[in-house]
Design a protein around this ligand. Structure first.
Ligand code: IFM
Length: 448
């Protein structure tokens, strides 16, 4: 099986998960610094203070990428490394870091793909209301504009936001992510501000006329499947799909929020402030591609377990599960891609994340034996290939993640990397899946 010629085989990371150097060279605090330093928030009291120390080791990490044969590398910018208080004064050391990172990637033949926001809002902006405050939309656009001008001559792939559902709802409804709020009204408002800021940033990017550059947004999407044939479970699946998927897909690809979900929120007395003109801006966003992060499907049944949306996730028996307790379900990737093609006018797509956490506790001849991850990726690449054959415009695939890293509220307890990190010594150790991936890239597909 061979993918098309320009298919981008890559891998992905995010700033707070790998960089470390949290208090160095002028970087300002972000909401994740604040949140992770409250001990009960993170497994084992871990923080991203040091993480993979990538800030100091990026050149060596790029050597690993080159050795793996990566064609593309997706990473995010730490907003507070550029603007320590979110706006105003810039931090020259932060600018130097990202300039060098991009140059080093290009020098090594690896195409940089930059995400502007992977959840680490400068704490100074949180102090004035965070994403619940509409002004943050403008500060984000100022920051985005700055980055487009700084790196736009060399960076030709941009994403505005990573997984706005997680930023809005895990951070402001479930409270398990920074900033740790538990307020539906705020979460919905935040989701609108994130989407609006995306559309405004796209508009600026297009005006700057980087003709050969592409910009999109990255959504975390899950096929939502009813647990039984009952009408109750079916209706539940439609609601959860609206909350999780359609709210974002419809906004960025159809320029409107789904009526059933707006109605549902209104019934809960949640009526987000959408100012006149907002929906026109959102509808007018002419992004170039959709980034899809796929990990697992959700099988749902009606249940009072989730008090607001009245559902519970069911774990199908006999299925295989990763260390995150996520079902291994490669077919879900195909279903998702076909759905986007059919319901959303066949946009260009990148798989911007897909991967799995496994135990990784076996080292054989200096290599981590992660056959389970290798099988996981192989199964998903197969489905991606089938989707392309069925007409999906899939342009690339970024495996999550280049290396083990800070898995948010789960700290360092879950390993997603192709490269193993010994967090005590910062030693990088190849996993079997990385060696196998190198072969896939070389062959532009799986042999046989
Ligand atoms: O580690 C995260 C990443 O930051 C966003 N997408 C999901 C990954 C695994 O949970």
């Amino acid at each position: 099986m061979k993918f098309h010629e320009n298919f981008v085989w890559g891998s992905a990371t995010a700033a707070y998960q790998i960089e470390g150097a949290a208090n160095e060279e002028g970087r300002g605090a972000s909401i994740w610094d604040r949140f992770s330093h409250i001990e009960e928030n993170i497994v084992n009291g871990d923080t991203g203070d040091v993480a993979c120390d990538h800030y100091h080791r990026y050149k060596d990490d790029i050597k690993l990428m080159k050795e793996m044969g990566l064609k593309g590398y997706r990473f995010s910018i730490s907003w507070s490394r550029i603007f320590p208080t979110g706006r105003g004064m810039v931090n020259q050391k932060g600018i130097d870091f990202y300039n060098s990172l991009v140059d080093e990637l290009i020098k090594n033949g690896i195409e940089p793909a930059v995400t502007l926001y992977h959840w680490d809002l400068p704490q100074a902006l949180e102090d004035i209301g965070g994403w619940g405050n509409r002004d943050t939309v403008d500060y984000f656009v100022e920051y985005a504009t700055y980055m487009f001008k700084l790196l736009g001559d060399r960076v030709k792939k941009w994403s505005t936001h990573n997984e706005p559902w997680v930023a809005a709802f895990a951070g402001n409804l479930a409270g398990r992510h920074a900033p740790g709020n538990t307020d539906l009204k705020l979460a919905v408002q935040v989701s609108h501000h994130l989407i609006l800021s995306h559309a405004k940033a796209v508009e600026v990017y297009k005006k700057l006329n980087h003709k050969d550059g592409k910009i999109g947004i990255v959504l975390d999407l899950h096929p939502i499947v009813p647990a039984t044939d009952s009408k109750e479970d079916y209706d539940t699946s439609i609601l959860v799909d609206g909350y999780q998927n359609r709210w974002f897909l419809d906004a960025v690809l159809k320029g409107k929020y789904p009526e059933d979900i707006l109605k549902f929120y209104k019934e809960k007395l949640v009526d987000p402030v959408i100012m006149p003109g907002d929906m026109e801006i959102i509808a007018g966003n002419s992004m170039d591609y959709l980034g899809v992060n796929y990990y697992f499907r959700k099988v749902v049944k009606r249940s009072p377990h989730n008090k607001i949306f009245q559902f519970e996730e069911v774990k199908p028996e006999g299925a295989e599960y990763t260390e995150m307790n996520w079902e291994v379900y490669p077919r879900g990737l195909y279903d998702l891609l076909i759905r986007i093609k059919e319901e959303y006018n066949n946009p260009h797509i990148y798989i911007t994340e897909n991967g799995a956490a496994f135990k990784d506790d076996k080292i054989v001849n200096g290599v981590v034996d992660d056959e389970d991850r290798l099988r996981f990726l192989s199964g998903h690449f197969d489905e991606a290939y089938k989707a392309i054959e069925a007409g999906v415009k899939l342009d690339g695939y970024y495996v999550w993640s280049l290396m083990d890293n800070f898995e948010w509220a789960l700290g360092y307890s879950k390993r997603f990397g192709l490269i193993f990190i010994d967090f005590k010594t910062q030693e990088r150790i190849w996993k079997k899946s990385a060696i196998w991936y190198k072969g896939v890239i070389k062959n532009n597909g799986i042999k046989g």
